[in-house]
Design a protein around this ligand. Structure first.
Ligand SMILES: Cc1ncc(COP(=O)(O)O)c(C=O)c1O
Length: 355
């Protein structure tokens, strides 16, 4: 650490993203990306805007906000565009967290939440998931501070129904609830329809998973106009051109063909059911997923051993070493061929482990 680093950041523990290997071609099932590339028209739209890169992007991100507002039945004032939904979470933590306003989230959830809290010196409370990895709704109701819930949760893949989330939101009108819906399009119920009804609800979504645009870095927040205006103040103070031209162009084009992307989600859901069945036949415990990934563990293998054996066979999955998650791995759902390769490799690994 240099002597120049502010004392504020001496204890920083940065987020560690999943591996993005450049050394060889893996079957990449480790960072919950879509296996389907964006449609050629969308790629062309981005390329056309790349030619205008001498000019700044629209700081109001109107093209995408208008389309999102139409798609979700809200007004443009209810939508804020961000550089990936990670940036949405960043703005929210900066805007609403401080020493007097700790955040609460589950003990097994998206790893960026505690990282952002530490960055901004926001204390946080971790609400333990139950033994079956379900969210402890009673603990959520009791938490008297801003609450972030990933729904479906990551890496567990489990989702709460919307009426349960509504009970949590309605229970304390003076407490902010942030529902992170990065994976909602794979079979969970969105809380967007509740946004008009509650002043204390923010919904975060992303183009990274269901809309095949992880590399474009496009996320958004849907919420009450008053909160969106506050978050926009944070956005403009940090980076008023937070979304670049190519991402705005590709995002608009993708939304114009949204049905095709939602159809891709159905294919992923079919592949998910097929993979979960095969893994269960082989003795895995597989949680009931509402996301584009499975959280699975086998009694005869540690999560780490399974991850390493798959990697040696050219298949990448994600392993989390914390005590509660260590028996499992998180497997992104890809194409049917990719999942067949995963199942074949898993059969070999189990045979070796049992020999
Ligand atoms: C629960 C959850 N929220 C948010 C994100 C961030 O996604 P992005 O910044 O690509 O929109 C992720 C990424 O994997 C995630 O798992």
């Amino acid at each position: 650490m240099s002597r120049f680093l502010s004392a504020r950041h001496r204890d920083l523990v940065p987020y560690v993203p999943g591996e993005q290997p450049q050394d060889m071609q893996y079957i990449k099932l480790n960072t919950n990306e879509s296996p389907f590339p964006p449609a050629p028209e969308a790629v062309q739209a981005a390329a056309a805007d790349a030619a205008k890169c001498n000019l700044y992007s629209d700081p109001l991100c109107r093209s995408v906000r208008e389309r999102l507002a139409k798609r979700y039945g809200v007004d443009m004032e209810n939508v804020l565009l961000t550089n990936g939904s990670d940036e949405a979470l960043n703005f929210i933590t900066l805007a609403y967290g401080d020493a007097e306003h700790p955040f609460a989230f589950c003990d097994v959830t998206y790893g960026l939440y505690p990282v952002l809290c530490r960055l901004y010196h926001v204390p946080f409370i971790e609400l333990p998931l139950r033994a079956d990895f379900s969210v402890d709704v009673e603990a959520c109701l009791a938490a008297d501070c801003p609450l972030i819930l990933a729904n479906p949760n990551a890496p567990t893949s489990l989702a709460l129904p919307r009426d349960m989330l509504e009970i949590i939101v309605a229970s304390r009108p003076d407490r902010l609830v942030v529902v992170d819906e990065a994976y909602v399009d794979f079979g969970a119920e969105s809380c967007v329809p509740l946004v008009k009804k509650y002043e204390n609800l923010l919904v975060v979504q992303t183009f990274s998973k269901s809309r095949s645009l992880a590399g474009a870095r496009l996320g958004y927040i849907i919420g009450p106009a008053a909160l969106i205006a506050e978050l926009d103040g944070i956005r403009c103070s940090l980076n008023p051109y937070n979304v670049n031209r190519m991402s705005l162009a590709i995002g608009s084009a993708v939304l114009d063909a949204d049905e095709a992307y939602m159809q891709n989600c159905c294919v992923i859901m079919e592949n998910r059911a097929w993979t979960a069945d095969r893994l269960r036949e082989m003795g895995f415990n597989v949680l009931d997923s509402s996301a584009n990934f499975l959280f699975a563990g086998h009694p005869g293998l540690t999560g780490e051993a399974y991850y390493k054996s798959l990697k040696a066979r050219g298949i990448l999955v994600r392993y989390f070493s914390a005590p509660r998650t260590a028996p499992y791995v998180r497997i992104t759902i890809g194409t049917r061929e990719q999942m067949e390769a995963l199942i074949a490799a898993t059969g070999e690994i189990l045979k070796e482990a049992q020999a």
